[in-house]
Design a protein. Structure first.
Length: 538
């Protein structure tokens, strides 16, 4: 059942939200960017101290926002005045910084803005869409989200048949952002075609890869966008039950998602008869069972059901028999966060960004030896080098780029000479380097590619669930052989064994962890084989 009255119901909700916010327009807002990144340098303490200092003042509101992606500038604070002007502070830490913020609130002079040039350069080549508003809005405030046209995409989706929503998203060309880049709407279509009394949608926000932190930024900075996208996808797939699966260690993400979900449920946006459409949708949050392998979709399903954290044999695929044996769609959090804008702006607008074969933007977690580490949003097709040099500002002065680990532990290494590859689905390079979940970790010319490949392989070995023999036995042997190479004590057959192991483990493992575990080896041998005493094509 669909209803054109859904848009009217949403408009009434928005009008009420705008009315409630009228009285806030005369207040000074002190916005503290508090995410998992800035929390590591004391953002929670900065927020607490400012809240205490302005306690009792009815002209000042202290707001905890997410991080806008410029993690290198944390902790950031903005003082937004009623006349529309704002004063910005970065790397806020000590008493002097707090005093300057208090002075700015009371009309005092601002001495300096330390990183303004770096901040401008960081955002100059980005295309902000998913990250819009993050860092400046209260992430759990339903009124702020709705006032900015939040949940309008959901209202529009509910006003058309589910099949029309699927067709629109297929036309937009939205691919999954978890690493596999499968067309999102094809999953909904497949699940909908299965004759079943109940279907499920799982939001995969496990994000266990080291060096990847995009989903955390979205959950901490704009959780309502993910909730809206999840309900849209659930409606399209005919799924009345939604499980939001959040990493076991992502406490701040889970807290903000829970607060936003509570507000959405109270407003009738994530419950029975959503916006009067007749569509019933229940959302719950589940915490991950711990471990990188939990991001694999069938392992995730097992942990939700209380089973061991190990993958299932496929077929059947989750869209046929997933959670509790019923049709299940599993979409990444970033994937779903794209849906509100697609429903509001249309397929053509979304498709105008990026590549023909990979449309839209890509969130890139940039870390390591760069001047400006953080989370960047760039159009698909942006090169790795552009992300490192233009967004990240390159390596620190006096050093040169050695190589970059792209795509996390399931990908490989790209030397400085190969960084002009565009970000796109599938292989970035024939050596086995893939974009994966969008992590780029930069190493300067002092780092050893052998040691980095050894660390990646050690991680894969430690995170193997142990279910299938190729991964259980092969990944430790890869790690041991690379460890000997890194220590300068290779065995006589280590190089030959590494090539064979990478191929066998990749071909015979059950899930993506084992299937991709050989990629650090293959890229190492491809680019640095001569250094190791073996030809890349031997």
């Amino acid at each position: 059942m669909t209803s054109p009255d859904c848009r009217l119901a949403w408009q009434a909700m928005r009008d009420a939200a705008l009315q409630r916010r009228v009285g806030l327009s005369d207040m000074i807002r002190v916005v503290v960017q508090w995410g998992h990144c800035s929390q590591a340098v004391g953002a929670d303490d900065v927020h607490r101290r400012l809240a205490q200092l302005f306690q009792g003042r009815d002209d000042v509101a202290v707001v905890a926002a997410g991080c806008d992606g410029a993690c290198f500038a944390a902790t950031q604070v903005a003082v937004e005045l009623p006349d529309g002007t704002a004063r910005f502070f970065d790397r806020v830490a000590g008493d002097g910084d707090i005093s300057e913020i208090v002075s700015a609130v009371d009309g005092g002079a601002l001495d300096h803005v330390r990183l303004q040039g770096d901040l401008e350069a960081f955002f100059a080549v980005q295309h902000i869409a998913l990250m819009e508003g993050i860092g400046s809005v209260d992430p759990v405030s339903l009124d702020e989200y709705v006032a900015g046209s939040g949940y309008m995409g959901l209202a529009d989706a509910l006003s058309m048949p589910p099949e029309a929503v699927i067709a629109l998203v297929l036309e937009a060309g939205l691919l999954g952002r978890g690493g596999a880049y499968f067309p999102a709407a094809l999953k909904w279509q497949a699940a909908r075609r299965v004759n079943a009394a109940r279907r499920h949608l799982v939001v995969n926000a496990e994000e266990g890869e080291p060096g990847v932190f995009k989903d955390r930024h979205l959950m901490e900075g704009n959780p309502h966008r993910i909730i809206e996208g999840a309900v849209i996808a659930a409606y399209a797939a005919g799924a009345g039950n939604v499980v939001i699966y959040i990493n076991a260690e992502a406490d701040l993400s889970a807290d903000r998602m829970a607060a936003a979900l509570e507000a959405a449920e109270a407003a009738g946006l994530a419950t029975a008869d959503v916006l009067g459409s007749g569509f019933d949708c229940a959302l719950t949050i589940r915490r991950g069972a711990g471990g990188y392998v939990c991001g694999e979709e069938t392992t995730l399903l097992n942990t939700v059901e209380g089973r061991r954290r190990e993958p299932r044999l496929r077929p059947p695929f989750p869209t046929d028999a997933g959670l509790y044996g019923e049709p299940t769609v599993i979409n990444n959090a970033e994937t779903l966060a794209n849906l509100p804008a697609i429903l509001r702006g249309g397929a053509r607008r979304f498709g105008s960004i990026g590549l023909n074969e990979a449309r839209g933007t890509r969130l890139v977690s940039l870390s390591g030896a760069v001047r400006r580490p953080g989370l960047a949003e760039v159009p698909m097709g942006t090169t790795v080098r552009e992300v490192i040099d233009l967004v990240g500002g390159g390596v620190p002065q006096g050093r040169a780029i050695g190589f970059a680990a792209v795509g996390g532990p399931s990908s490989g290494l790209l030397p400085a000479s190969e960084l002009d590859v565009p970000l796109r689905p599938g292989m970035l390079h024939a050596s086995g380097v893939v974009m994966g979940a969008g992590g780029i970790t930069v190493f300067d010319d002092r780092a050893s590619p052998i040691q980095v490949a050894a660390r990646l392989s050690q991680y894969n070995a430690a995170e193997s669930c142990g279910k299938c023999t190729p991964c259980r036995e092969g990944t430790p042997r890869i790690a041991e052989a690379l460890g000997r190479l890194a220590a300068g004590e290779p065995g006589n057959s280590d190089l030959r064994d590494l090539q064979d192991l990478a191929e066998i483990v990749g071909a015979a493992s059950l899930c993506g962890l084992g299937q991709m575990a050989g990629n650090p080896v293959t890229s190492l041998l491809h680019f640095y084989g001569d250094t190791l005493g073996i030809a890349a094509n031997e």
